[in-house]
Ligand binder design. Structure first.
Ligand SMILES: Nc1nc2c(ncn2[C@@H]2O[C@H](COP(=O)(O)OP(=O)(O)OP(=O)(O)O)[C@@H](O)[C@H]2O)c(=O)[nH]1
Ligand SMILES: [Mg+2]
Length: 321
C-alpha cells in the first residue's frame, strides 16, 4: 500500500479520483485496486466518484468459456477507439482469488486494444467482501467517472454470475460458438433471458450456421421477446480473430443504447441497477452487523431454551430497533 493510500484517508482518495478524472491512468488503476479490495477505502472511492459519473454506456459481454469474448472485446474496443471513443474493459474473473490480478490469457487476447489506447483491467472477485455484486458496480463507477465510454464488462458465463453482471450493464451481449456454448447450452444457462444482443462467434468454424439457426429458432419460438419493448434480440455472426462482423456488432451495440435512450427503458434499467447495488450493500451491512451481534451474544444464541429462529428474531429486532 503506497503512502497516499494509507495517508490522510479520504482526501488521498479524493486526490486520486481527481487525477483519474483528468486522465491519469495510474490513478484510475489504483482506485480500481481499492475497489477490488473492498472495505472502508472502497466506500471512500464510491463517495469520491459518485458525483462524477457521466453516464457511460455499460456493456456486458458474457458467454461460455472460450467462446471468444476476449477476442470480440479486443476487436470491438479497438474499432471504437479508432473511431474516437474512449473504451475501457473490465475483465471479471469470478473464479480467481483476489491476488490473481491480471489474467494472462485476457492480456494476450487484448493486446491490440491496449495498443489502440483502450484501458484494460482484470478483476478477480473470489474472496471479495460483498462479492461481485459490490465490486463490479464500484469499478464501473470509477471507469465512468474517469471519462471512459463505453465500459465493457467481460465475464465468463459460469452460472449465476453472468446474471449478476446483467444487473450492472445497460446492454448485455451473449456470445455463443459452434459446439459447446451453442444455443441449447445458452438456453439452459438462462442466457436467452438476459441477452439484448447475440453473437455467434467462430463463424469460420463448421457448425456456425447451425448454431445460428438453432438460436434464431429458439428466439422465434420462445416467449422471451427481449427486454426493449418486446424487441427480439438480434444475432450477429462474427469471426473475431479476423475482425469479421465486428463493425456490425458495434452498430448493434450503439443502436441498442439509442433505442434504450429513446424511451424510458434506459432510466428504468439504471434505476434497477441502483436498487440492486443498494440491496447488495444492505445485505452486506446487515450480514456484518449480524456477525458482530453473534460474536458478543454467542452464549445466548446457543442457549437451548430458545429455538434458533427465536434467537435470530430477537437479535434482529435489536439490530433494527
Ligand atoms: N476459429 C476461431 N477461433 C476463435 C475466434 N474467436 C476466438 N477464437 C479463439 O478461441 C479461443 C478462446 O478465445 P477467447 O477470446 O479467449 O475466449 P473467451 O470467451 O474470452 O475465453 P474465457 O475468457 O477463457 O472464457 C482463442 O484461442 C481464440 O483465438 C473465431 O472467430 N474463430
Ligand atoms: Mg476471456
Amino acid at each position: 500500500m503506497g503512502p497516499t493510500e494509507t495517508g490522510s484517508g479520504s482526501s488521498a482518495v479524493a486526490e486520486l479520483a481527481e487525477a483519474s478524472r483528468s486522465g491519469d491512468r495510474r490513478a484510475t488503476a489504483r482506485l480500481l485496486s481499492l475497489v477490488e479490495r473492498g472495505g472502508p477505502q472502497a466506500d471512500e472511492v464510491a463517495s469520491a466518484t459518485h458525483f462524477h459519473v457521466g453516464g457511460a454506456h455499460v456493456v456486458g459481454v458474457t458467454g461460455a468459456p472460450g467462446s471468444g469474448k476476449s477476442t470480440i472485446t479486443n476487436s470491438l474496443t479497438t474499432l471504437l477507439a479508432e473511431a474516437g471513443r474512449r473504451p475501457a474493459v473490465l475483465a471479471v474473473d469470478p473464479s480467481s482469488p483476489l491476488t490473481g490480478g491480471a489474467i494472462l490469457g485476457d492480456r494476450v487476447r487484448m493486446n491490440g486494444a491496449a495498443e489502440a489506447g483502450v484501458f484494460i483491467r482484470s478483476m478477480a472477485t473470489r474472496g471479495h467482501a460483498g462479492g461481485l455484486a459490490l465490486a463490479v458496480p464500484g469499478a464501473v463507477r470509477v471507469l465512468d467517472a474517469a471519462g471512459f465510454d463505453p465500459v465493457i464488462i467481460e465475464t465468463v458465463g459460469v452460472g449465476q454470475v453472468e446474471v449478476d453482471v446483467t444487473d450492472a450493464a445497460d446492454t448485455t451481449v451473449v456470445v455463443v460458438a459452434p459446439g459447446w456454448g451453442d444455443a441449447v447450452q445458452a438456453n439452459k444457462a438462462g442466457l436467452l433471458e438476459v441477452a439484448d444482443l447475440f453473437v455467434v462467434n467462430k463463424a469460420d468454424r463448421p457448425g456456425a450456421d447451425d448454431a445460428r439457426r438453432d438460436l434464431d429458432l429458439m428466439l422465434d419460438l420462445s416467449t422471451i421477446t427481449g427486454r426493449v419493448g418486446g424487441e427480439r434480440p438480434s444475432v450477429t455472426m462474427t469471426t473475431a480473430t479476423e475482425g469479421d462482423g465486428i463493425a456490425e456488432l458495434a452498430e448493434a451495440v450503439v443502436g441498442h443504447l439509442g433505442r434504450l435512450s429513446d424511451g424510458e427503458e434506459l432510466a428504468q434499467r439504471r434505476e434497477r441497477r441502483r436498487l440492486a447495488e443498494v440491496r447488495a450493500h444492505l445485505g452486506h451491512l446487515l450480514e456484518g452487523a449480524g456477525e458482530e451481534v453473534l460474536a458478543t451474544e454467542a452464549s445466548k444464541a446457543t442457549n437451548p431454551a430458545e429455538s434458533p429462529m427465536m434467537v435470530a428474531r430477537r437479535l434482529a429486532a435489536g439490530l433494527l430497533g
